[in-house]
Ligand binder design. Structure first.
Ligand code: FAD
Ligand code: MG
Length: 284
């Protein structure tokens, strides 16, 4: 199975899509993302899995373009926590901004449009998640507001602070808690601050998310390489037990350290296959 995954990745671009050390002007960035996705969508003679990811990409881009028809940019925001699902969503959003001609600077101010995002910090966040949110916010020129409180209260504050926002992109997928009955556009439930939720990647499978990220060579949070498959706070999130390496390959020392080098005890997140095993490393 692993060999198959590597084969799907090997045919993608060798150069990472973006780099921490180079912040591209926003329209150039969106154009670059667009070109990489367009080239991917034109690829032929690929595995059935990559074909499925092409189809998912087309569907999600259609949903995002519909959102851009229904709402102006200042009315839109993205719930971004540095996780793999909203990372895919962000990349598709920036691609669609290029397609729709929304990525250019306004002629009067020469400023590019604000890509509004909202990040709700867990009470016990991983330093690696915080670092990835910060670095990707710079790389993709995001206008990110951060709140450190429970989700409902955070969104009430967010809407108060950005009253023009009417709709928020969310990277929830079908197999997430509460994901079962969602559609592409759903208002929030009773008891939540009222806005439209947009779920462009709702029907992507776990494996498709990773195939997209790795085939397009998109940098991601380092915790995924350490066996974490779903990111919450430090208290309730562990490496996924389904990815634990057999003891025989871990080295014969309690903490996995031998001769000063660390032997990883878990395989990377992208080697998990089953959607329903994704949250085995989460306590809730
Ligand atoms: P994850 O895969 O971690 O999250 C799924 C997606 O939620 C992410 O891709 C990201 O877009 C967003 N998200 C998750 N955590 C954060 C965070 N800390 N900061 C920013 N974005 C984050 N639940 C209801 O029952 N009814 C609702 O009406 C409802 N409305 C919501 C509206 C928004 C904008 C969001 C973000 C969540 C809402 N929720 C609602 C909660 C939702 O169902 C999940 O419980 C929540 O997103 C946590 O995600 P997860 O851990 O299950 O999965
Ligand atoms: Mg998720």
């Amino acid at each position: 199975m692993t060999a198959k995954i590597e084969e799907d990745v090997a045919h993608g671009p060798a150069e990472p899509l973006v780099s921490d050390s180079e912040q591209l002007p926003f329209p150039v960035l969106c154009g670059k993302i667009h070109d990489r996705i367009a080239a991917f969508l034109e690829e032929k003679d690929m595995s059935p899995k990559l074909k499925q990811v092409q189809e998912q990409t087309r569907i999600s881009l259609g949903v995002i373009e519909e959102a851009l028809d229904r709402y102006s940019l200042p009315e839109l925001s993205l719930a971004y926590n540095g996780g793999k699902d909203c990372l895919v969503l962000l990349i598709l959003y920036l691609c669609a901004l290029h397609t729709k001609g929304c990525s250019r600077a306004a002629p009067d101010t020469n400023e590019h449009p604000a890509i509004q995002c909202v990040y709700i910090q867990a009470p016990d966040p991983f330093a690696e998640v915080e670092e990835f949110v910060a670095s990707s916010t710079r790389t993709y020129s995001l206008s990110l507001l951060e709140y450190a409180k429970p989700m409902k209260a955070a969104f009430a504050d967010y809407l108060h602070d950005t009253p023009q926002v009417k709709a928020i992109f969310v990277g929830t997928r079908r197999t997430d808690p509460h994901g079962e009955h969602l559609t592409h556009f759903d208002r929030t439930d009773h008891g939540w601050p009222d806005f439209m939720r947009i779920h462009p990647v709702i029907d992507w499978h776990y494996v498709e998310i990773w195939t997209f990220i790795r085939h397009l060579n998109i940098p991601y949070c380092i915790l995924y390489d350490r066996g974490y498959t779903s990111l919450g706070g430090t208290r309730d999130t562990h490496p996924n037990p389904a990815l634990r390496k057999p003891l025989s390959t871990q080295g014969n020392v309690p903490n996995g350290t031998a001769n000063g080098t660390t032997t990883p005890k878990f395989r990377p997140a992208y080697e998990l296959i089953d959607d329903y095993e994704e949250r085995l490393g989460r306590d809730k």
